[in-house]
Write a protein that binds this ligand. Structure first.
Ligand code: FE2
Ligand code: FE2
Length: 184
């Protein structure tokens, strides 16, 4: 039976606030801290949404045990993932890892980027059971960023570092996973 909580109680009152589960320095929560108002964080979060949406095609390929569909889904996911992880690693991560409080945490996130790549290679080569492992890792990885590193960045980075993170080639750069240092 659903308890009567009175006129001022809603579902939100029943949901406990989320607490960080990662490194000791990661103290803030994305839903509350306002980091989504920062252009790069907003961009990375929007990319996460597209990546998660794209991963559903892989789940369907697994359900249907359809290798060709899985290969296509891997390619689409990889095309979204690569410019995104590049943007993270050369921007926000590069600034955060300068603080030794976050060096290890950033290294583990970078290792997960490599692991996701290896998973996609293996799936495209025919290892369909790995789809579920990959999707679990992907969702956990995004959670560690959105509810761990990104809010911590808001608390720890200074204006100069944010300017570096917001440099045009990272905010507006090519979507193919690399940036050019030379003009065309
Ligand atoms: Fe990442
Ligand atoms: Fe990410």
């Amino acid at each position: 039976m659903v308890p009567n909580l009175g006129p001022n109680k809603g579902v939100a009152d029943l949901v406990p606030p989320r607490f960080p589960t990662t490194s000791p320095g990661l103290v803030a929560m994305c839903s509350y801290c306002g980091c989504r108002n920062i252009p790069m964080i907003a961009k990375l979060n929007a990319e996460h949404e597209a990546i998660v949406n794209s991963s559903y095609a892989l789940e369907i390929a697994f359900r249907d045990q359809d290798l060709e569909a899985a290969r296509l889904a891997c390619k689409e996911l990889r095309d979204l993932l690569h410019p995104h992880t590049h943007r993270e690693q050369v921007g926000l991560f590069a600034e955060m890892e300068k603080d030794e409080l976050f060096t290890e945490h950033v290294a583990s996130l970078c290792a997960e980027h490599d692991e996701l790549d290896a998973d996609l290679d293996a799936i495209a080569a025919g290892d369909l059971p790995r789809i579920q492992t990959m999707i679990t890792l992907l969702n956990n990885h995004i959670d560690r960023e959105e509810n761990g590193l990104f809010p911590a960045a808001l608390a720890y980075l200074d204006d100069t570092q944010w300017d570096i993170i917001h440099r045009p080639e990272l905010m507006n750069g090519p979507e193919d996973g690399h940036t050019h240092s030379h003009p065309h």
